[in-house]
Design a protein around this ligand. Structure first.
Ligand code: DQQ
Length: 541
């Protein structure tokens, strides 16, 4: 790749060059974290048979590249190795199940083991001789082009392993097929899927895991069941490219899952309302946390990707747990990422009034590589705009009422990647508050990319969602991780996440890249606290 790289990330995971997509097989083994990923070693597009890239880490922040693996080895993966997951078998023995493309490009499920369990880096893997271990047959009515992405397996007290495979059937019903096995090698398809939903299309990269009720932030290992536990089923919707999830109950007698919250379609809850796909969790037994990894594709043209020599990054690993309300998941960047915060200079501000119509500089930090935490207090509700009940699409509302559109209470928030006070280029992450007919407040959180780059070939879609907070009783918090071509935002007490990819043309070097707190509403708001850190570069590729 060329040496001039204004868009390369400093602390978001990416390989040294070429195409990367889904995170695969994350696990903690003998004190080492493993991350595999879908990779094309030969170019910046998803072309040819993908293999698995592999990196290892002691903290999920700094990574060491390991040899490529899951290269074509036998008929079961001769045309490529697609996504899959790791399971730690009894005796601390990792195994990986992934989707292989066989000589007919049919999707089959493939089992792999490490060659040497004494090597904590698990550098070399081999495919079990019996592969494929699950495959389409004339009897099982599986469509060999939509049958993929095995989950981490879990075991119930009956001694059987279970695993899910994403699938789609006639009339676009999406489903998660359930297979059982005693020995991890011989798998039998259960009569009923764990769950299915009409007209949702292909379910890619399903993930199924337990979470504690009552706001307990601790993670739980995948096989644990019990009275204090709910289950989460997440799928990646191939049609809309969104990661949606439901929260519900897992009936282990019937091996069936029933959601209480969410639907398996686009109107459901999402992990992230921006550019984010094919995510996967794993249980970190050392920290007792469940960790979520995801892929953020480029928003630049293929020509620009070819010029920079790479395409795709992963988001910052997030700890994930169930909110006390039981109505949604909460996500927060892993605490290790805070080790990258530079001790000085740090920009701090407390108790400052941000006047309606003002722009306030956050100075002295490296604005293209920063971590910003900020909280706002609403001062007066007089100017709040009326909410129109026809506004059912928050993303559309965010694009109609972008960062530069003046309002009553809001928009207020952060302007990142800003070249100058002239506002030629900026990305705005902000809140806007409305009052609904029932006198309840509606809080909208947006990430506005429409002015993020003077280069017209980028995708500059604006993202956003409504957030479940009461702006009168609670401060509105915002954390934004800025990293050269990514703006990853966590809003409203960690309740909403939005990842955006941006490619500023002016705000790229130290001098030109600025950060501001802005308020384009009539009403003043107060900053109750703001801390901004420059971030160190992680050692990655
Ligand atoms: N990417 C993989 C598939 C998966 C898709 C292929 C999701 O296994 O369904 O690279 O992005």
């Amino acid at each position: 790749p060329p040496s001039n790289q204004p868009y390369r990330t400093a602390y978001h995971f990416q390989p040294r060059k070429n195409w990367i997509n889904d995170p695969n097989g994350p696990m903690l083994f003998k004190g080492i974290y493993h991350l595999f990923y879908q990779y094309n070693p030969n170019g910046v597009k998803l072309r040819g048979p993908p293999v698995w890239g592999h990196s290892t880490s002691k903290d999920l922040v700094n990574w060491m590249p390991q040899p490529l693996t899951m290269e074509p080895e036998m008929a079961a993966n001769i045309n490529g190795s697609w996504s899959g997951s790791a399971t730690i078998l009894p005796g601390n023995k990792p195994a990986i199940l992934f989707t292989g493309l066989d000589p007919n490009y049919e999707q089959v499920q493939v089992l792999a083991y490490p060659k040497d369990l004494n090597d904590p880096y698990l550098k070399e893997w081999f495919l079990a001789p019996k592969n494929p271990v699950m495959f389409p047959t004339p009897q099982n009515q599986i469509n060999a082009t939509s049958y993929r992405d095995p989950t981490t397996a879990w075991m119930l007290p009956d001694g059987n392993w279970r695993v899910l495979i994403g699938k789609s059937k006639r009339r676009q019903r999406g489903l998660s097929l359930l297979y059982r096995s005693r020995d991890f090698v011989h798998w039998v398809k259960a009569k009923h899927p764990l769950y299915s939903y009409e007209r949702s299309g292909m379910w890619e990269c399903p993930d199924f895991f337990p979470v504690y009720k009552n706001g307990n932030t601790m993670g739980i290992d995948t096989s644990v069941i019990g009275p204090n536990i709910k289950h989460v089923l997440k799928v990646s919707l191939d049609v809309s490219k969104h990661d949606v999830y439901t929260i519900g109950g897992y009936d282990t007698k019937k091996d069936a899952y029933t959601p209480d919250v969410g639907f398996m379609n686009d109107s459901s809850l999402r992990y992230d309302y921006g550019k984010y796909y094919a995510s996967k969790t794993f249980y970190d037994g050392a920290k007792k946390e469940r960790i979520l990894l995801g892929w953020a594709n480029e928003s630049s043209s293929e020509e620009d990707d070819a010029k920079k020599g790479w395409s795709g990054i992963h988001t910052i690993p997030r700890t994930i747990w169930l909110d006390k309300s039981g109505n949604q998941l909460i996500q927060w960047p892993i605490s290790n990422i805070e080790k990258l915060r530079q001790k000085s200079p740090v920009f701090k501000l407390y108790g400052k009034l941000i006047k309606g119509g003002s722009l306030n500089e956050v100075s002295g930090i490296t604005a293209a590589q920063a971590d910003v935490e900020i909280s706002f207090k609403i001062k007066d509700l007089e100017n709040v705009e009326k909410f129109d009940a026809s506004w059912t699409n928050p993303q559309l509302l965010c694009s109609q009422k972008g960062g530069s559109v003046k309002g009553g209470l809001g928009p207020f928030g952060l302007m990142t990647f800003q070249a100058s006070k002239g506002l030629e280029e900026y990305t705005a992450v902000f809140f806007r508050i409305f009052k609904a007919y029932d006198n309840k407040y509606v809080v909208l959180m947006c990430s506005d990319q429409s002015r993020s780059s003077l280069n017209p070939t980028n995708d500059k879609t604006t993202y956003g969602s409504f957030v479940d907070v009461n702006p009168v009783r609670e401060d509105l918090s915002l954390r934004v991780l800025i990293d050269h071509s990514v703006v990853e935002s966590f809003g409203a007490k960690r309740k909403e996440c939005v990842t955006a990819r941006v490619y500023p043309t002016l705000a790229i070097n130290e001098k030109a890249c600025n950060l501001y707190v802005f308020n384009n509403g009539k009403s003043d708001v107060e900053i109750t606290g703001l801390t901004a850190w420059s971030m160190k570069k992680a050692s990655i590729a």
